[in-house]
Write a protein that binds this ligand. Structure first.
Ligand code: ZN
Ligand code: ZN
Length: 232
């Protein structure tokens, strides 16, 4: 379960389209959101059920734990969700600490040597790739295009990922849609600056007021402060 299955079933397609439809109705990039949700679930499942699993212990020993953003997300999950206890993290990281001690003892100070990627980074990349693939297919239909147009749309990194897997005609449609969003964003950014001058009495619209935040996520992708997946 720590990796990613490459199979594709009707059931899986239904699940992906259900998730994408829901995410399109939430603020910001739908793929960023789904990736983040999947990261939170991965951590929750790991800590709830698999802290004794030799496979995940071996993975974490090789990567020497999680990367900084994912380690911080693990902290948030432990602090923010029910049924989570710090002892799960303690159990996993005892292994990681031992692994690092072992390396130091053997004099294998890694310096520039490449250590394996954080397993949650690998998982998140695969999730994004998969969601991008499904969205690329779904955007062939009018119904999904309408849904997409009414949404906040994708961030640029995920537009690129969808474009890479989309049929030609979807590529053209999505590129045009994104160009339109950029044009609106640029107008709002410029209006925000103009209206913030002391001698301009016109009110700033909500879109203009928010445009600098949009620019940050639209170009770079989204970061989320609180947990997206909560206890029922
Ligand atoms: Zn995104
Ligand atoms: Zn990571």
């Amino acid at each position: 379960m720590w990796g990613f299955r490459r199979t594709q079933s009707a059931e899986e397609s239904a699940l992906f389209s259900h998730q994408l439809r829901r995410a399109l109705r939430e603020p910001g990039c739908p793929i960023c959101r789904l990736v983040r949700e999947s990261e939170e679930r991965w951590i929750w499942t790991l800590l709830y059920e698999f802290t004794g699993d030799p496979e995940i212990h071996a993975l974490l020993a090789r990567s020497l734990g999680l990367c900084a953003p994912h380690a911080d997300l693990m902290r948030k999950v432990v602090e923010g969700r029910r049924l989570m206890t710090p002892s799960g993290v303690a159990r996993l990281y005892e292994t990681v600490v031992k692994a690092l001690e072992g390396e130091l003892r053997q004099g294998r100070l890694r310096g520039n040597a490449k250590k394996p990627e954080c397993p949650l980074c690998t998982y998140a990349k695969n999730t994004a790739e998969r969601q991008a693939y499904f969205l690329a297919q779904l955007l062939s239909t009018r119904e999904w295009r309408k849904e997409y147009e009414a949404s906040d749309g994708l961030c640029w990194p995920h537009v690129r990922q969808v474009l890479a897997q989309a049929p030609r005609e979807v590529q053209e449609w999505l590129t045009q849609d994104f160009a339109g969003r950029l044009e609106r964003l640029r107008r709002n950014l410029s209006e925000l600056q103009r209206k913030q001058r002391y001698d301009v009495p016109e009110p700033v619209t909500p879109e203009e007021a928010d445009s600098w935040r949009e620019a940050l996520w639209r170009l770079g992708g989204m970061a989320f402060e609180g947990l997206l997946v909560e206890d029922d």
